[in-house]
Ligand binder design. Structure first.
Ligand SMILES: [Zn+2]
Length: 298
């Protein structure tokens, strides 16, 4: 199912205290692998695209591929726009029907970040989409190497004034690198915000920390690097395979897709998303409208 009621999706995950991996994809094979993984795990999944993915594949092309696969899927698939690169890309993705988008203002002074968040929260909500915003920076390959840790009091102010539905917080994870989380800080942020939280740089977070994080309001964990590595390693392995009945390029990409599907299944299971797919599908199918209010923990 291509999910069009993002707050219901969010509320289900938040209430059941697990996390959904949000996989970055840039081609048909990656999108197919993660959606098939969700079907096999009976799990909800998020599929996301950032500006680097768009530069490679094109917004229209990539969103059409994801939507087509999601519409046929026996699992709930929420399509999300990750780091937009430029603000105007948020309008572009909203126009193409993304039910969930991110405003990328973590590098700005807090007041500017809040003002930008409020602007795009209004735009997203006007078309029934939800907005993720960011406090701090996750560094690594995509943010110039610098990590800026979130401050709990900033996150409270952001939630109060910014109006975003979810908040990505930098509490130790880094884009593309191994990490341990500052769980005390995450706990303080959870108390200060009470809305669903997001972690970027999810590929390298220690599995024990992910488990605790889901108890501390984290509902979405971004997975980019693990699929990139899997894709490249898969191609190298596939190049050494003996030829079979299939044209060589298809044989290789099929091998890669299967490898990525296993990687995605492992993450779905690790984040305890497995087993929730059908129940959430039913709720999404029977609800007439999406929730009107932001999802919060009382
Ligand atoms: Zn990120």
């Amino acid at each position: 199912m291509f999910v069009t009621k993002p707050r219901l999706f969010l509320a289900y995950v938040f209430e059941n205290r697990f996390a959904v991996p949000s996989f970055n994809v840039s081609n048909l094979e990656m999108a197919r692998a993660v959606i098939e993984a969700a079907e096999l795990e009976n799990a909800p999944v998020m599929v996301q695209t950032d500006f680097i993915n768009f530069d490679y594949a094109g917004i229209d092309e990539l969103s059409a591929i994801i939507r087509t696969l999601a519409e046929k899927a026996a699992a709930p698939v929420l399509m999300h726009q990750d780091h937009p690169g430029k603000d105007e890309n948020i309008f572009r993705t909203l126009r193409r029907g993304y039910p969930s988008v991110m405003y990328d203002g973590g590098h700005l002074p807090l007041a500017e970040n809040i003002a930008g968040t409020a602007r795009f929260a209004e735009a997203a909500h006007a078309v029934g989409a939800i907005l993720e915003t960011e406090i701090g920076q996750f560094g690594g390959e995509y943010q110039g190497g610098h990590t800026v840790t979130a401050a709990a009091h900033d996150t409270a102010e952001m939630v109060q004034k910014g109006g975003a539905d979810t908040l990505a917080v930098s509490v130790g994870s880094m884009h593309g690198q191994k990490s341990r989380l500052d769980l005390d800080l995450l706990s303080n942020i959870a108390k200060a915000t009470r809305i669903p939280l997001v972690l970027h740089g999810g590929s390298g977070i220690h599995p024990d920390d992910i488990k605790v994080a889901t108890e501390l309001n984290v509902y979405k964990v971004n997975i980019g690097a693990a699929l990139i590595r899997g894709f490249v390693e898969g191609l190298e392995e596939a190049a050494k395979l003996p030829t079979d009945w299939e044209p060589r390029h298809q044989q290789m990409l099929r091998y890669v897709t299967n490898k990525l599907r296993d990687i995605a299944r492992h993450r779905l299971s690790l984040f305890r998303a497995s087993g929730h797919g059908k129940k959430l599908l039913e709720q999404l199918a029977t609800a007439k409208d999406d929730l009107a209010e932001r999802v919060t923990r009382s």
